[in-house]
Design a protein around this ligand. Sequence first.
Ligand code: NAP
Length: 278
Amino acid sequence: MTTKLTGAGRLAGVIGWPVTHSRSPLLHGYWLERYGIDGAYVPLAAERDFEGVVRGLRAAGFRGANVTKPWKEAAFALCDVVETSARRIGAINTLVFDERGVVGSNTDGFGFLAGLGEAGIAVSGQRALVLGAGGGSRAVCHALDEAGAHVTVTNRSRRRAEQVAENLPGIAVIDWERRSQAIGDCDLLVNTTSLGMAGSEPLDIDLSRGRATLCVSDIVYVPLETPLLRQARQSGYKTVDGVAMLLHQARPGFKAWFGVDPSVDDTLRSLVLATLGR
Ligand SMILES: NC(=O)c1ccc[n+]([C@@H]2O[C@H](COP(=O)([O-])OP(=O)(O)OC[C@H]3O[C@@H](n4cnc5c(N)ncnc54)[C@H](OP(=O)(O)O)[C@@H]3O)[C@@H](O)[C@H]2O)c1
């Protein structure tokens, strides 16, 4: 719902299949209302012909769209400009239609760093250990690397971790079996595996080697406090949950389409947490 929508309203949405699970309409709808913007953000269920859908939206005057599964990789083929973030991460989640054409970027890394920043964590010069080598890991590794952290990645299948490092020179890889041992040498531990997610087994890791200043972050956000975050909190470490990344990653798209850099406030966080059953 928006407070104001005229024939001159700005339009954006999220393209995916299925798209009913997406929390993006809730996030953007909240900000549109909060800032009194003449605009709308809608779910766009696209099972096929992604290119046709994008061309149609552009022709109809949309400012752009978020892209979710299964189209995050397909989006590369139709972008006129692909920003560095998306190229390094290997996936596009935000399209902006402007004078350059269709511009693709990936805002997950921005969201991750902004979530850390909100918690008062600065990463420049810090040593980060990232667990996992999927899409979430690539976004986190890219963001940490760009922000000047020294990144080590580890994954159950080492080959996949090496692929992350091939795309992001400067990142080190260690064997999965060394993850607990490596904690003694890091300032920031980030879980990007799906371990600990509701319905998955918990992450098996020993945090006892961590220094008192260790910060532990989990990008999994269902449950909000994963077994890893609980273990970290009980050990006295600072923790950052995955909802912060989910909320902040939406900001760059909103700013590009609607002209305001929105803030993430407690009301928005509560609204999203309510959809997670909290
Ligand atoms: N907060 C946010 O905004 C945000 C953003 C993106 C993702 N996420 C969350 O992050 C999690 C991962 O997402 P993704 O897209 O990166 O998934 P993905 O591409 O499927 O990667 C899954 C990762 O988990 C590892 N893994 C799965 N089962 C494992 C097991 N039994 N033992 C060890 N490692 C295991 C995989 O290792 P292998 O390579 O060895 O299979 C891989 O590294 C999901 O819970 C997702 O919801 C959150």
